[in-house]
Design a protein around this ligand. Structure first.
Ligand code: ADP
Ligand code: MG
Length: 730
């Protein structure tokens, strides 16, 4: 017989058959240890065992009783598909009927004369009160010890089809008994002591089979801490590694910067000045900068980035400025070239198929080959483009600054690719309009320093936001028609059409992916991010048909969706910009950051289906000039929570506040996709707690300062290594 250990694969564990092995793999459970770290998502409180006569007074309540089975049998019903098992259970003073539906195997386990503990709902049938489908287990005597499924606080696990919580408890408990004392303690003892955490064995036990809700919370606190702590260690270690590299120091020329700001057609906001200064100061250092410039749409990040680029160029170094799409790359190229007109900088554009150059008033075509040649010679100061910039064959002479727009986090591997063969590591400036709540900034983005643009230029008018009820639809359409008559542009965004409310059958493959909603488990509310472009397109087409045929037959309406060719999308955006399209109907993937100043109306269908942060982003597509703009939130949902969210958008135009609100209402998992990062649930939950996040950061810093290589913490180091293979922040 095999000797079980923590690392024993599940197929070698007795009681776990082939079918279950497959099912467990869906949870990523491969070893004994993985099972023990499969944590409950909630608990049922069956700890209060009452007498049967007390239970009789609690109709429609869930109660826990114990007694002797005096009768049990499978009975037939006239209804097909339903098998009944009926029993009578008796304690000292009273008895009650018990009914189980479709669980005929129960009579194999429970026999007359057995003592049982039962937890279920007291219900009323034709023949009186009965206990409805209760959880059950045998007990050995009238007093009891070690109940698992009843008579205690009972763990409820995230379930998948065919793996019930009961089964998890049945498997986990004996494994816990056997292994809990050999599980290595991965938190350093000084941390356990400092924060008064439960040691690993006790924490695991209390998490699965808690003595009280307090001790379950204490256990959870420990694991949340531990997982966030690992993220912090990982991120801070990465940062420390980077700090060992040398970067090109670019001295700031104060009078040049003054000259630049005075050349602008507007005055910089205080935030822009502050952020520029932080960046320019970082660039002077000979360690690589890693900075995230965060500012709402329209807050003017491009100018700040341009100033940094100018400083680098004047030091004789080069800048790579990357945008997520071709349209944006071109927009940046135009803007940066314009801003630097008088400063004699040579700015290049390189996208998948386009290459251009601009220098003092002139933009000209240049062959890709010549552009690459110039880049290699150092004649080009600033190269703007898409991901084409980091492809093979694109060689800089002396790259000193990489600017990344709207990528949140520039992948480590991508960065490494840029460093390849470089003596000096370039500085990194990442820009985003997505407000990142503080807790995330301190964890997932914890290796980046933060610069915040908190102001919007003053001359901007606030976009008026309105919730449009079905009865007001017509009025809204009339308003839109009037705006178009004045030459304004209108965006229409539609959410994906989902199975929600439709009686469509799941498509191939889909039913496999979705965890089944098993009986009694929580079903988390799913929000729609419009990721599935097939349905996106369908929604857009339907909306387009409706608008162009029925509502606005005289207006020029065009569709835009993610799957279109980049060149086609670009042509449409340009036509829209030029005023050759009145209404642009698109999916949620409408290009971020594209500046269409003549657009004044953002109309969003099924607004309740989007997240607040995303709605705010959509709204940012308009209001980019001094004209009054409008955001119409069309909704038919009477749901109060949805109303509350949309109302928040009407009342508030601060992206940060809205992001915090979103985090509060929906939880970080929904918002940022823990799936995408592979962050464990406990850490995700911990992310809504700023105090916890700060604690873990401090703890990680302290440990790394003492022992950067974690030489004295071999177990922690090992855990971290395992952990890092699972998480991937991009
Ligand atoms: P974002 O932060 O969304 O990338 P942009 O950099 O595209 O914003 O700026 C949006 C618009 O605002 C641009 O047309 C830019 O020239 C203008 N702008 C930037 N800063 C200011 C300012 N301080 N005052 C007025 N307009 C500004
Ligand atoms: Mg921008």
């Amino acid at each position: 017989m095999n000797v079980l250990s923590l690392l024993t694969p599940i197929q070698d564990v007795p009681r776990i058959g082939l079918v279950y092995q497959k099912r467990l793999k869906k949870f990523g459970i491969k070893t004994v240890q993985d099972i023990l770290f499969h944590f409950p998502s909630r608990y049922d409180d069956f700890s209060d065992i009452i007498s049967i006569s007390e239970a009789r007074a609690k109709l429609a309540k869930t109660v826990c009783i114990q007694g002797k089975i005096v009768k049990i049998e499978d009975t037939r019903t006239f209804k097909k598909w339903t098998n009944l098992t009926e029993a009578v259970v008796q304690d000292e003073n009273d008895k009650i009927k018990v009914i189980w539906f479709n669980q005929i195997y129960i009579t194999k386990t429970l026999k007359e004369g057995d003592f049982v503990c039962l937890a279920g709902k007291v219900s009323l049938g034709k023949e009186g009160l009965y206990l409805n489908n209760p959880a059950y287990e045998k007990i050995n005597d009238w007093g009891f010890s070690g109940l698992t499924h009843t008579g205690r606080i009972v763990p409820v696990y995230p379930e998948t089809r065919g793996v019930t919580s009961r089964w998890f408890r049945f498997i986990i408990k004996p494994l816990l008994v056997r292994f809990v004392n050999v599980i290595p303690e991965s938190l350093p003892p000084e941390i356990i002591e400092k924060y008064k955490f439960l040691p690993i064995a006790e924490a695991l036990w209390q998490l699965h089979f808690p003595d009280s809700f307090e001790s379950a919370d204490a256990a959870k606190a420990r694991f949340s801490f531990e997982e966030l702590f690992l993220i912090q260690l990982s991120v801070l270690k990465e940062k420390a590694k980077l700090m060992q590299f040398k970067a090109p120091a670019c001295k700031m020329d104060a009078s040049l910067m003054k000259e630049f700001t005075e050349s602008l057609p507007f005055k910089l906001t205080n935030s822009q000045k502050k952020c520029s200064f932080q960046i320019l100061k970082d660039l002077e250092k000979s360690v690589p900068m890693s900075r995230l410039l965060e500012g709402d749409v329209g807050s003017g990040k491009t100018v700040v980035a341009t100033m940094a680029s100018l400083s680098v160029a004047k030091n004789g170094f080069q800048v790579a400025f990357m945008a997520p799409t071709e349209i944006l790359a071109k927009q940046h190229f135009k803007e940066v070239s314009k801003l630097l007109l008088k400063f004699n900088a040579r700015v290049g554009l390189l996208t998948g198929k386009d290459s251009r150059i601009s220098n003092e008033e002139k933009v000209s075509e240049i062959s890709r080959q010549n552009l690459l040649e110039e880049l290699k010679n150092g004649q080009i100061n600033i190269l703007i483009g898409t991901h084409a910039l980091i492809q093979k064959g694109v060689e800089f002479k002396n790259l000193a600054l990489v600017i990344v727009d709207e990528q949140h986090r520039f992948g480590v591997s991508q960065r490494a690719q840029l460093f390849e063969g470089l003596k000096l590591v370039p500085h990194l400036l990442s820009m985003t309009a997505t407000p990142i709540p503080r807790t995330l900034a301190l964890t997932v983005y914890g290796d980046l320093d933060l610069s915040l643009i908190t102001e919007i230029p003053k001359d901007r008018k606030k976009t008026k936001t309105l919730i449009v009820e079905p009865k007001d639809r017509k009025t809204a359409y009339e308003f839109i028609e009037k705006e178009v008559k004045y030459g304004k542009g209108v965006f229409v965004i539609c959410p994906k059409i989902s199975a929600q409310g439709e009686t469509s059958l799941p498509r191939d493959g889909e039913s496999e992916k979705k965890p089944t909603q098993s009986f009694g488990s929580f079903a988390p509310q799913n929000y729609d991010f419009g990721f599935f472009s097939k349905n996106d397109v369908k929604a857009v087409k339907e909306e387009y048909e409706k608008l162009s045929k029925d509502i606005f037959p005289d207006l020029r309406i065009t569709m835009l969706y993610g799957k279109m060719k980049a060149s086609e999308k670009e042509r449409i955006m340009l036509d829209f910009k030029k005023g050759e399209i009145d209404i642009l109907v698109s999916t949620s993937v409408v290009e971020v950051g594209v500046d269409v100043q003549r657009a004044t109306v953002m109309m969003i269908e099924g607004a309740e289906r989007f997240g607040l942060a995303q709605l705010h982003q959509f709204r940012g597509r308009v209001g980019r000039s001094d004209m009054q703009s409008y955001c119409f939130l069309f909704t038919t949902s009477p749901d109060q929570l949805n109303r509350k969210r949309l109302k928040a958008l009407v009342d508030c135009d601060d992206g940060f506040k809205l992001a915090e609100k979103d985090l509060e209402i929906r939880g970080p998992g929904q918002l940022y996709g823990s799936q995408q990062w592979g962050i464990p649930d406990m850490a995700m939950q911990g992310l809504s707690n700023i105090f916890l996040v700060e604690k873990t950061r401090t703890a990680a810093k302290e440990i790394l300062e003492k022992d950067p290589q974690l030489k004295n913490y071999p177990l922690l180091k090992e855990r971290l290594k395992q952990f890092e293979t699972r998480i991937h922040f991009e």
